[in-house]
Structure formats: C-alpha cells, structure tokens
Design a protein around this ligand. Structure first.
Ligand SMILES: C[S@@+](CC[C@H](N)C(=O)[O-])C[C@H]1O[C@@H](n2cnc3c(N)ncnc32)[C@H](O)[C@@H]1O
Length: 230
C-alpha cells in the first residue's frame, strides 16, 4: 500500500507521502500544471521582489525548484522542507537546503528579509500557527509571499475546474507519478482548500499586515503578499 495523507494533514503522514513522490516529482508537477508551474514561479519571484544582499526562506521548498528561481534575483535563498527525499531530489540545484518543520523553524527570530511558500501551505494542518512561525523568522518590515492553488472567482469556470480538472488529475498524473494515491490526496486537498479571501484572513490572523492577493491563470492559483509589522 502506497502512502497517502488524509485530509486531517497529520504532519508525519504528509512527510512520508512526499518522501514517496519525490522521485519524479518535478516532472509530474509540470504535467499536472500543464507547464504553468514555471510561469507561476517566475511571477512569484517578481512579487517577492528580493534583491542582492537579502536573505529569503523558501519554506516547503521540496526539490528546491522554486528556490533556484528566486535565487535568480541575487538574494541568498535557502530551501527548507521536512521531506528529506524531496530535499535530496534537489541535491544538484546549487542552493542551500535545510531539513525543517514549518511549525518549529530552526532559524533565529528576524533572520530573514522574506519568506515564501509555494504549494505547501495547504498541507499544513494549522495554517495560522505555521504563518505565525514564519512571521517570527522574518524581520520587521519583511515580506511574506504565498503561492497556492485557489478558486477561480468566475462561478462557471470554478464549477468546470473543480468538477473536471481536479477530478481528472489523479488519472492524468497516474502514468507519470511514483505514487498515484498521493496524487489523489493532492487533488482532494486542492478542492478542499480555501478561497482567496479566507487565505487573506488567515494571514492577517497570524499577525501579518497589508495583505493583498493576485490571481494567476483565472484564479486557479493565487499569490498572497503581506508585510510583518513588527
Ligand atoms: C506540493 S510540494 C511543493 C514543493 C515546492 N514548493 C514546489 O513549488 O514545487 C509541498 C511541500 O511541502 C512540504 N511540507 C508540507 N508540510 C510541511 C511542514 N509542516 N514543514 C515543512 N515542509 C512541509 C512537503 O514535504 C512538500 O515538499
């Protein structure tokens, strides 16, 4: 029986599940997103707006494919994740990689200028606690950028997306993935995740300010940006 996490998102199950999909993850991700993943990473880098001399934490970085993209800005970017197999998958990416649990980050208070999470937040069972821990490691005035699946605001499009694309995903990814059960969970977690406004509210609840969002690809994905007030 292949590992898949439940929608209660027990951190141990999530880590084991990602260990199980690490092999071939990047390729399956590109298939699953029909190649849009690359464009979403580029836009995340632009919104992150990091500059040389800054320190950026890419949390839930998986194989560090996103970290490499953000490092193009000239900032020092570190990939952190609690799946060692995902981190191993990024061994030749030339960025620092750290084993870390989002709820207990092994970094000093105010250590970073910015923190970013792409497609990882919805796997964290206590969203506000994770966002508050991210705020702890970001200096006052520093930034948060979250890239996550979302809900197209246009109702007919939302219906189509949820009932065709998301339902079909496990079938589409089956031939490419090392664990089709895990992709069933990932599709369910996408259907289950909040809309843009609710994510903004959770970010504010964790103490971040100036929260705003940008829809990408008709709102299938959203980028949330916020600032640490203190
Ligand atoms: C869907 S992958 C995204 C990887 C990468 N950010 C990307 O955009 O391709 C989600 C990642 O979140 C990580 N993750 C989930 N919960 C975590 C936690 N509590 N602490 C650290 N990493 C976590 C998983 O191990 C996995 O590598």
């Amino acid at each position: 029986m292949m590992a898949r996490a439940g929608l209660d998102k027990d951190p141990r199950d999530i880590a084991v599940m990602f260990d199980g999909v690490a092999k071939g993850y990047d390729r399956t991700n590109t298939v699953m997103t029909m190649g849009f993943d690359r464009r979403w990473r580029e836009t995340t880098r632009q919104v992150l707006d990091a500059s040389p001399g800054e320190k950026v934490l890419d949390l839930a970085a998986g194989t560090a494919v996103s970290t490499v993209e953000y490092a193009r800005s000239g900032a020092w970017c570190v990939a952190a994740d609690f799946s060692l197999e995902m981190l191993r998958g990024g061994a030749d990416r030339g960025v620092p990689r750290v084993a870390a649990d989002a709820f207990h980050l092994p970094f000093a208070t105010d250590a970073f200028d910015a923190v970013t999470v792409s497609f990882g937040l919805r796997n964290m069972n206590d969203t506000v606690a994770a966002l508050a821990e991210m705020r702890r490691v970001v200096r006052p005035g520093g930034r948060l950028v979250i890239c996550e699946v979302s809900q197209p605001p246009l109702r007919p499009l939302r219906w189509l997306y949820r009932n065709t694309v998301l339902r079909g995903l496990p079938l589409i990814t089956k031939p490419f993935s090392s664990n089709s059960e895990a992709y069933a969970y990932l599709a369910e977690s996408m259907r289950d995740w909040h809309n843009q406004r609710t994510v903004a509210e959770l970010i504010a609840k964790a103490g971040w300010r100036e929260v705003e969002w940008l829809n990408l690809t008709f709102g299938v994905v959203a980028l949330h940006r916020a600032t640490n007030p203190d």
